[in-house]
Design a protein around this ligand. Structure first.
Ligand code: PMP
Length: 365
């Protein structure tokens, strides 16, 4: 736990006897960077000081906080990597339109890069994706097309609609995060190495969820190469069909409220062989855990983080004191302000009990 004054001692030079006021220490800030895209990556790794302990976990748990990226998620990394790869292969012109099927965050990462580089951007998103993500996208100048929450091969789904759009819009390209090898490669070369360095090469477990599978494949593969004894745990929402063995996926649910992870098919960018074992987590557990992370650790994470953290608390029971478990925190609270952050929304979905309306009425007072 933090001792009183520990943080302010880092921020201020308490030893300066000349001045009656605490002075701001000159931290080694980065010099001026050429544009927002240079702020992608190097996200903080934060020790969790309350929740693991209250669950009786002996090891240390660290959060790799990807919502510090400019677009607010882990997907900024692959967005710029895929665009720069396409540029280097001569696939993009100044008039190009980038189209992408997305659960929102990859789209936001692409739209940030398009705003800087001047490309047009169209994001095709399923209906379940939050309005917050749509508003962020339109604010970045991207166009948003909504599709029903259907399966991968549905002609009205995100993949078919993206292809139809690409066929009708001149100079358009789909970067195909679900197929593009640059997606896992960005995580293999960069995200994994950041995690490795931040933990001084000592990591016993990493907990990751699967949307496109890029984070899992890239981080999982690199960490297994560097640390073969590190356990890679996959977290999959109940209602998704990615976990193995398939018996884990048995449920009547076909829908998840948690956004960004879980599918009814295996993306090509997912290498399941890097996963040692899978844990299933319900929407209710995930959303309550995300709210707990806000309240008890002050970390304003998104809904999939709640799933990963719930999975981590189960998996980390097997670790001893002194061991280290890293959990990916893929996005932040801003994407979900009208969803799980709101008590009214939680009540409307029966994730919180509805208030007893008779309790505080005048005749009770
Ligand atoms: N969490 C959230 C909120 C996401 O948007 C995504 C990407 N869809 C993920 C987790 C999973 O990342 P990846 O695509 O690398 O599997």
């Amino acid at each position: 736990f933090l001792k009183p004054g520990e943080v302010s001692q880092c921020l201020y030079n308490q030893n300066d006897k000349q001045s009656p006021h605490p002075k701001l220490n000159k931290k080694p800030f980065q010099k001026i960077i050429p544009n927002i895209l240079h702020a992608i990556g190097n996200t903080p790794m934060i020790r969790l000081n309350h929740i693991p302990q209250s669950f009786g976990i002996k090891c240390e748990i660290f959060a790799k906080c990807e919502f510090f990226n400019p677009g607010g998620s882990v997907k900024d990394r692959i967005a710029i990597a895929m665009i720069e790869d396409a540029e280097s292969r001569g696939l993009l012109k100044s008039t190009s339109t980038i189209i992408e099927p997305t659960s929102g965050n990859a789209g936001i990462g692409l739209a940030v890069a398009c705003a800087v580089k001047g490309y047009k951007c169209i994001c095709v998103m399923p209906d379940k994706t939050s309005m917050e993500k749509e508003n962020i996208l339109t604010s970045l100048g991207a166009k948003v097309i909504r599709t029903p929450d259907t399966s991968v091969d549905d002609p009205d789904g995100v993949f078919h609609i993206s292809r139809k759009l690409a066929a009708s819009i001149p100079d358009s390209i789909i970067l195909q995060q679900f197929k593009n090898p640059i997606n896992p490669l960005a995580h293999y070369h960069i995200t994994a190495m950041e995690i490795f360095d931040q933990c001084d090469g000592e990591i016993d477990m990493i907990v990751i969820g699967v949307g496109s599978g890029g984070t899992m494949t890239g981080v999982g593969r690199k960490i297994k190469e560097l640390l073969p004894n590190c356990t890679i745990v996959g977290v999959d929402p109940v209602g998704s069909f990615i976990a193995e063995p398939p018996i884990l996926n048995e449920t009547t649910l076909k829908y998840t409220e948690v956004e960004g992870i879980g599918h009814d098919y295996y993306p090509k960018t997912l290498d399941k062989s890097v996963v040692d074992y899978w844990i299933k987590v319900t929407d209710k557990e995930s959303l309550h855990m995300a709210r707990k992370l806000h309240r008890e650790e002050g970390i304003l994470c998104g809904s999939s983080t709640g799933s990963l953290m719930s999975g981590a608390l189960e998996a980390a029971r097997n670790l001893k004191e002194g061991q280290k478990c890293v959990v990916m925190f893929p996005d932040g609270v801003g994407n979900y302000l009208t969803k799980f952050v709101s008590d009214y929304w939680m009540e409307s979905k029966d994730f919180l009990p509805r208030p007893n309306i008779f309790k505080h009425w005048w005749w009770d007072i």
